[in-house]
Design a binder for this molecule. Sequence first.
Ligand code: ADP
Ligand code: MG
Length: 192
Amino acid sequence: MTKFLQAVDIKKEYRLGEVTVNALKGVSFEINEAELIVILGPSGSGKSTMLNILGGIETASSGDIFFKGESLDWKNQKALTRYRRKNIGFVFQFYNLLPGLTALENIELSAELSEAPLDAKELLGEVGLADRENHFPNRLSGGEQQRIAIARALCKNPEILLCDEPTGALDSSTGIQVLKLLAQFCRTYRKT
Ligand code: ADP
Ligand code: MG
């Protein structure tokens, strides 16, 4: 059976003048479809770098990422953009909602990137914020903004959600709510 998502011996070096930072020193793993994986490690251990490579935002110095058996072509920016646009949803630590758009508009925006988007209003309800449709991000709490950001990432209906410290800016009980929401979407929508 073809593996869903596979990293093989991923290395990433950042060269800054004389100095070389080895951010990833040969990372390999496999992720099954609809699996929820948590990567833990100290600051600077390469978590963001790894996520960005998985998502086609950054390229590796060597190694391969296979998605459904096909390797990402690091040299082909167009192909990487296509891969990212079709398959990947991102959630960031600081939400990155557009301040001039309402909660619903922020979610709808990502639908426009997709050929088969999910219903934005329905998602707003599923993250428990149906009554905040017309609110701007600065009128929402951190936890609420992150729930909108998750709905936005999901709305374009990607196969993979990559979340970089999605609870990093939240208190622990709000963080747990956000993780529960991600776990729920992983199950109900079969997202990885
Ligand atoms: P984490 O997300 O686990 O905190 P990162 O992936 O952000 O770790 O960083 C891994 C290492 O790579 C760190 O030493 C960091 O300083 C370095 N690094 C990350 N991005 C760059 C960059 N664009 N240029 C140079 N060094 C970088
Ligand atoms: Mg990081």
